[in-house]
Design a protein around this ligand. Structure first.
Ligand SMILES: C[S@@+](CC[C@H](N)C(=O)[O-])C[C@H]1O[C@@H](n2cnc3c(N)ncnc32)[C@H](O)[C@@H]1O
Length: 269
């Protein structure tokens, strides 16, 4: 059987949170620690919304740091896993491409690992930022971490060449063959990933896409929605090489493959 999916429909990893955590382990809670460091450095209040919370491990880390956390995701499988394995936060189903979880209900919105880039169009980016503007109290923060669209400018070697990854999980060997292409007109990075496993199952093809968002474009969008950019840089961060650790200051460039932003709501809606 061959299936074609999007990030918000069936997806082998987001439908199988245990597999997701096995494939992308974060035992030291680097992403959660980085987010907490951003919140603390900029004096955020305690109420945090983790939008696109996935398995809940970052939300749970923020909870353990003393925050009152709501984790939101579109995937019921992720939410069920989070409620069972990463207790503490409240977990709710919400679509980041337009949500209403109450006005001024949070002191910060956190959006990690490119979840923001599921807003493929300008209208969806506007809907996300309008939702954040409503959700965040005056002077609250937006902390996000994602792929950097600018990284793909001129770097055609990253594209069109299949990359093979192999890993084992619960006695089954998985192999994924991943090809990235760029749709320049839509400003989308498209990924086709074919999964095979040695358990006799048929290959599964999955398609995902992320908005290629450029640093200056993000800066403009944030300003248009009432946010002042406090930091916008390509690292160090939780998914950079070398990775961030406590005490490292934010960088000054925005060229490498990850983009990190911290912005403050200075013009509430
Ligand atoms: C790459 S994972 C990131 C998970 C987590 N933030 C992390 O850093 O480990 C992306 C998450 O976004 C969720 N997601 C995808 N589209 C979404 C949408 N439109 N609204 C809310 N969550 C969405 C997926 O279900 C998945 O859990």
């Amino acid at each position: 059987m061959t299936s074609t999916t999007t990030a918000s429909s069936h997806n082998l990893l987001t439908d199988n949170p245990e597999l997701y955590e096995a494939r992308f382990p974060d035992p030291g809670r680097l992403a959660g620690r980085w987010a907490e460091d951003c919140l603390r450095r900029h004096g955020a209040g305690p109420r945090v919304l983790d939008m696109g919370c996935g398995t809940g491990r970052d939300a749970a880390h923020l909870h353990s740091a003393g925050r009152t956390v709501t984790g939101a995701d579109l995937s019921e499988a992720m939410l069920t896993h989070a409620r069972t394995h990463h207790r503490g936060p409240e977990y709710v189903r919400a679509d980041l491409r337009g949500f209403d979880l109450g006005r001024n209900a949070f002191d910060a919105v956190v959006c990690l690992d490119s979840a923001l880039l599921y807003c493929h169009t300008n209208a969806l980016l506007d809907a996300f930022l309008s939702s954040c503007r409503r959700a965040v109290a005056p002077a609250g923060l937006l902390v996000a971490e994602m792929r950097n669209g600018a990284h793909f400018l001129g770097r055609t070697g990253l594209l069109d060449i299949p990359r093979v990854d192999e890993f084992a999980w619960q006695g089954t060997a998985y192999r994924s063959t991943t090809t990235l292409t760029v749709d320049r007109t839509a400003q989308l990075l498209r990924r086709t990933r074919v999964w095979t496993a040695d358990d006799g199952s048929e290959p599964v093809e999955q398609r995902s896409a992320w908005r290629l968002l450029f640093p200056q474009e993000l800066r403009h969008l944030l300003a248009a929605h009432g946010f002042e950019v406090l930091e916008l840089h390509d690292g160090p961060g939780p998914r950079t090489d070398p990775p961030w650790h406590e005490g490292l200051p934010p960088g000054r460039t925005a060229d490498a493959d990850r983009l990190h932003v911290v912005a403050r709501l200075v013009r509430p809606s």
